[in-house]
Design a protein around this ligand. Structure first.
Ligand SMILES: Cc1cc2nc3c(=O)[nH]c(=O)nc-3n(C[C@H](O)[C@H](O)[C@H](O)COP(=O)(O)OP(=O)(O)OC[C@H]3O[C@@H](n4cnc5c(N)ncnc54)[C@H](O)[C@@H]3O)c2cc1C
Length: 465
């Protein structure tokens, strides 16, 4: 059998069921299709992983093809040109991509080509973890408890025997822009880098995950999201490695559980978007689509540039710009600031994250924004408005994170660092900061912005009652 294995957000050889099955069935070639031009940080990051998987397959004597035509046209053209008998791939859980897959399957099968698709990108595929009434869970905790009871599928081993088709690989050369190369100082692409990152996390940070995961200054979370987002590692591999990690120390079981719980949020997002395919565009609680936004252009720009005058918000936005990543705690704070303090439509924030995050993931991003907005089914209530000052005091108590990304405030300490706009003339002078010159005056007053947001919320509540 001559099989084409299509890759898409699964740039790995370990736990790649489509690849493993294809190697058992005969000769293979890999393929990847990129129809659009590369624009976002995630696009370039993904392309770096295409190059990585191509190299890994070539090392095993397997050719790899790159196409840019619409998926059905490209795959049928390859099948005709290389006389393929079969096409295998791992499935997507996004409804628009499922439709595209269904269409592809129909066309290929009508040509007599065998098609197989596999599950690999989630711990449990959407539809397997349901309530007693057979419905999808709307709330995370019961979903998580039910998923914990599931017997999860073990990862598939990396194939050992490859037999590559005798065809030429495509040339893949990417002209990486300088801004993207800068991000690579913080994250190394590739499957081996992902596995190494998992190892380091297990050894260095898992034992204190629950205590330190909310502190943005240190690398105390796994930072595996950048690899999960392109499938350089699978959630099943991570799950298995964490559960099997036997460097038992005091409290290790509860640390493992805390981490697995977070990992299961990803499955929750996947099953939520599987069921609510509009959740990237529409509020899941529809009354939120009647919200009266300000969408002030200057506010949006200053938020993007990390120039809001709130040090934790600015540090987060600058971390994102400089590294392509932002710590989860800070994502919640900056997102809340955008939608509640500045009254900017959450979809504008979602799109900016899509353009800038290396780990951009359509399901997690949509659910993250809907959670912050309060418009998701299991979301932070709208009236919970993160205070960017107390969040900084609590989670960055030494101001290490703020000082790293907002260097103009480095000489400030204590409350002046967290709220420079309330600092005395003497404190500012000592810290070498002239407000409005070295560091921005705050865009909004926290208390007034909070009240304004609550009033807008009241409006939609009244309109929908
Ligand atoms: C507004 C907003 C937007 C977000 N956008 C994205 C996104 O585009 N891509 C993305 O992967 N995550 C997103 N998240 C979720 C979360 O911030 C990241 O998954 C996390 O910061 C990644 O860092 P880590 O791998 O070190 O996490 P760890 O704490 O080490 O967690 C391990 C893994 O669990 C999963 N996970 C952890 N927290 C969450 C969560 N809250 N929701 C879903 N999965 C989670 C991730 O896959 C993560 O890699 C967003 C959160 C918010 C509030």
């Amino acid at each position: 059998m001559r099989t084409l294995v299509l890759f898409r957000r699964d740039f790995r050889l370990l736990d790649h069921p489509a690849l493993t099955e294809a190697t058992r069935d005969g000769e293979i070639a890999g393929g990847y299709i990129k129809e659009d031009t590369l624009t976002s940080a995630h696009d370039y990051w993904e392309m770096a992983h295409v190059v990585d998987v191509k190299q890994s397959l070539n090392d095993e004597g397997v050719p790899f093809l790159l196409g840019d035509a619409p998926v059905v046209d490209q795959v049928t053209a390859w099948c005709d040109q290389y006389d393929m008998d079969a096409v295998y791939f791992n499935r997507s859980y996004l409804q628009d991509e499922i439709e595209q897959e269904d269409n592809l399957i129909e066309v290929l099968e009508s040509k007599g080509i065998v098609v197989k698709r596999f599950d690999s990108d989630v711990l449990a595929k959407p539809g397997t973890v349901l309530t007693g009434k057979g419905e999808y869970y709307k709330v995370f905790t019961p979903f998580y408890k039910a998923l914990r009871q599931e017997k999860l599928i073990q990862p598939v081993k990396k194939p050992t025997d490859f037999s590559g088709l005798a065809i030429e690989s495509s040339d893949i050369s990417i002209d990486e822009p300088a801004w993207f190369k800068k991000l690579l100082k913080h994250f190394i692409p590739g499957e081996q880098a992902a596995l190494k990152q998992l190892e380091s996390f297990l050894h260095d940070a898992l034992s204190h995950y629950s205590k330190r995961r909310d502190r943005p200054a240190r690398k105390d979370t796994s930072r595996l999201s950048v690899y999960l987002a392109v499938g350089a590692i699978s959630p099943r591999v991570i799950y298995q490695a964490v559960m099997a990690y036997d460097e038992a120390g005091p409290g290790m079981d509860s640390e493992k559980e805390a981490f697995i719980r977070q990992l299961m949020w990803r499955d929750f997002s996947y099953q939520q978007l599987y069921q609510h395919k509009e959740a990237e565009k529409k509020a899941m609680r529809e009354e939120f689509d009647r919200f009266n936004w300000e969408n002030n252009e200057t506010d949006i720009e200053r938020w993007k540039q990390g120039q809001t005058g709130y040090p934790l918000v600015d540090a987060g936005m600058r971390e994102l710009y400089e590294t392509g990543y932002m710590h989860n705690r800070v994502r919640m704070v900056v997102a809340s600031f955008l939608v509640k303090h500045l009254l900017v439509d959450w979809r504008i924030g979602l799109q900016y994250f899509e353009e800038t995050l290396l780990d951009h993931d359509r399901q997690n991003n949509a659910l993250g924004w809907q959670w912050v907005m309060g418009s998701g089914f299991d979301a932070s209530p709208y009236f919970r408005i993160f205070n960017p000052i107390t969040q900084a005091e609590k989670f960055d108590p030494e101001g290490e994170y703020i000082k790293r990304y907002v260097p103009e405030l480095r000489q400030l300490s204590g409350p002046a660092l967290f709220r420079p706009f309330e600092a005395s003339e003497t404190e500012l002078k000592r810290g070498g900061v002239v407000l409005g010159k070295d560091y921005k005056e705050p865009l909004v007053d926290h208390k007034a912005a909070r009240e304004r947001a609550l009033m807008r919320y009241q409006d939609i509540k009244e309109a929908s009652s």
